[in-house]
Structure formats: structure tokens, C-alpha cells
Design a binder for this molecule. Structure first.
Ligand code: NAP
Length: 283
């Protein structure tokens, strides 16, 4: 079997045009959805990420502000900036790009963001809302994965999903979202003794580890759906995921590529969250 691709670029294009239309409708009421992106320091990967986020906002007709600070910025000054953005009526979403320099307590900064503007979904209030099934912002990467499953009409009820990775930004929220859709969920991590025994039972596998070839063809049940969140570099320096794509695509029914899979969906869901924050503020 050769798996069908779930094309994150194509799905993003579709969803972003819906965001643009809804943003236009809000603008007609005098409200332009606004995202503030805060970058501290000069981490090269972070610079690329924030540039892409700001550009995606502009392309969809959202207002965006990029605030760049020196790596030596004091924690108290960053907290003051976040508070100012909380009070700024033209800003509906606030994103502080992680990682932050070591002298700044990232969790403290995240908790300083108003939950109503927490479009990254990392605030403890957003995490609690997801945990309890209440309304709140979902972290963009696992939210994007859910949209990819929705795009192929996949019904999770009664299915077994295996999530590899348990970070607060991907693995854990991913597991909760799958659970909310009535999948039976197994979460694997670095202390899981026999990963293959787990993944072979899965109808859906989400790999969110950050290591190449964590998932190979012999670990996948024929017909499973495989979502690859990982972002790694191969020996040639090219972007690749956690999944051995060439092998697994011969076994899976659907698979996401890297690049062009989950990556663009993450930014798309950031736009969706920002738009929805603005829509909520307008009511
Ligand atoms: P993370 O915080 O480093 O978490 C990685 C997880 O993988 C941990 O829970 C770890 O287990 C687990 N793990 C490590 N080695 C393992 C192994 N051999 N078998 C099973 N589990 C293992 O990373 P993250 O922030 O969740 O990100 C994961 C990957 O996704 C990275 O490549 C990152 O760059 C990528 N990512 C992509 C996007 C996107 O938009 N495409 C967004 C976010 C992240 P322990 O908890 O036991 O240490």
C-alpha cells in the first residue's frame, strides 16, 4: 500500500482563506484582529519562526506587531511589556516566542499573558480548559494535527491513538484532544520500554519526539494514519521529521510529510486562534 499524503500546505491555504474572510467581516465592524509577537534574543530558528508568523498574519489581513528585544532584557521588563499588551485593545493575541534566555522564567511570562489573549494555548488556564473540556485556546501544533485528521474525515471514536512524546506543548495536549474525540489514547515517552509494541496497536500515531527515524515501517500496523510533528535535519542538512517517511508510507493509509505537513498547520492554527480571540473580544 502507498499512503495518501495529508498536505499541510494545501489544507493551510484553505483554512487561511477562511480566516481572511472572517477577518474581513470583522474589519467591516471596525475591528482588525491583532497579534503581538515578542522575541527576546537572537536564536536563529526563533527569528525564522517569528518572521513566518508575522508574514502569515499579514497575508491573511491580520494586524501584527513584532517586538524584538536584546537577550539581556530583564524579566521584569518583559513582564511589563506583556502587561502593556494585555491592556492594548488593538492586540487580541500575544505570543512570546520560546525558548527565552535562561535568566527569564518562561512559565512566569506565559502566566502573565491574559488567558483571553493566550493564542499559543500555553497558559495554565488554557491547559486546564483543554483538560476539563471547557472553551479555551488549544495549542496550535496538536490543534493543527486534529484539523488534518478532520480533513480526511477520520472518525476517532473507538480508535486507538498512540502519541509519542509528552511535552506540554505537543504530546500532552495532543493526547487530550484525541481523548476528547473518543479515541483510546496511549502516551509513550523516553521511558517507554517497548515503543514498537505500543505503536503496532495504533490506528493513529502521532510522533512528536525530535529524533529521526523514531518510527519505522516495522512499527506501524498496515492502514494506520501517521502524523509526523518532528522537525529534524538529515545527514544532508535537509528538514525531516521523526518518521522514516519512505518506509512508513508503504504501510500507512495516510501520512503527513515533513516539510509541508504539520509545520504550516501550526501557523495556520495560530491565525485561527488570533481571529477567534478578536471575534470573542468583539462580542
Ligand atoms: P520535547 O519537549 O523535547 O519532547 C520530546 C518528547 O519525546 C519527550 O516527551 C520525550 O520523553 C520523548 N522522547 C524522547 N526520546 C524518545 C524515544 N526514544 N522514544 C519515545 N519518546 C521519546 O519536544 P516537543 O517540543 O514536544 O517537540 C517534539 C518535536 O516536534 C521536535 O522535533 C520539535 O522541533 C517538533 N515541533 C514541531 C512543531 C511544528 O510546528 N511542526 C511544533 C512544535 C514542535 P521524556 O518526556 O521522557 O523526556
Amino acid at each position: 500500500m502507498t499512503a495518501q499524503l495529508i498536505d499541510g500546505n494545501a489544507l493551510s491555504k484553505q483554512l487561511r482563506s477562511q480566516v481572511a474572510a472572517r477577518a474581513q467581516a470583522l474589519k467591516a465592524k471596525g475591528i482588525t484582529p491583532g497579534l503581538a509577537v515578542v522575541l527576546v534574543g537572537d536564536n536563529p530558528a526563533s527569528q525564522v519562526y517569528v518572521r513566518n508568523k508575522v508574514k502569515a498574519c499579514e497575508d491573511a489581513g491580520l494586524h501584527s506587531v513584532l517586538e524584538k528585544y536584546d537577550a539581556h532584557l530583564r524579566e521584569s521588563d518583559l513582564l511589563a511589556r506583556v502587561e502593556a499588551l494585555n491592556q492594548d485593545a488593538s492586540i487580541h493575541g500575544i505570543l512570546v516566542q520560546l525558548p527565552l534566555p535562561a535568566h527569564i522564567d518562561a512559565q512566569k511570562v506565559i502566566e502573565a499573558i491574559s488567558p483571553a489573549k493566550d493564542v499559543d494555548g500555553f497558559h495554565i488556564a488554557s491547559a486546564g480548559a483543554l483538560m476539563t473540556g471547557m472553551k479555551g485556546f488549544w495549542p496550535c501544533t496538536p490543534y493543527g494535527c486534529m484539523k488534518m485528521l478532520e480533513s480526511i474525515g477520520y472518525k476517532l471514536k473507538g480508535k486507538h491513538a498512540v502519541v509519542i512524546g509528552r511535552s506540554n506543548i505537543v504530546g500532552k495536549p495532543m493526547a487530550l484532544m484525541l481523548l476528547q474525540q473518543n479515541a483510546t489514547v496511549t502516551i509513550c515517552h523516553s521511558a517507554t520500554p517497548d515503543l514498537k509494541a505500543m505503536t503496532l496497536q495504533a490506528d493513529v500515531i502521532v510522533a512528536a519526539v525530535g529524533k529521526r527515524n523514531v518510527l519505522t515501517a516495522d512499527m506501524v500496523k498496515p492502514g494506520a494514519v501517521v502524523l509526523d510533528v518532528g522537525m529534524n535535519r538529515n545527514d544532508e542538512g535537509k528538514l525531516c521529521g521523526d518518521v522514516d517517511f519512505d518506509g512508513v508510507k508503504e504501510v500507512a493509509s495516510y501520512i503527513t510529510p515533513v516539510p509541508g505537513g504539520v509545520g504550516p498547520m501550526t501557523i495556520t492554527m495560530l491565525l485561527v486562534n488570533t481571529l477567534e480571540a478578536a471575534e470573542s473580544a468583539a462580542h
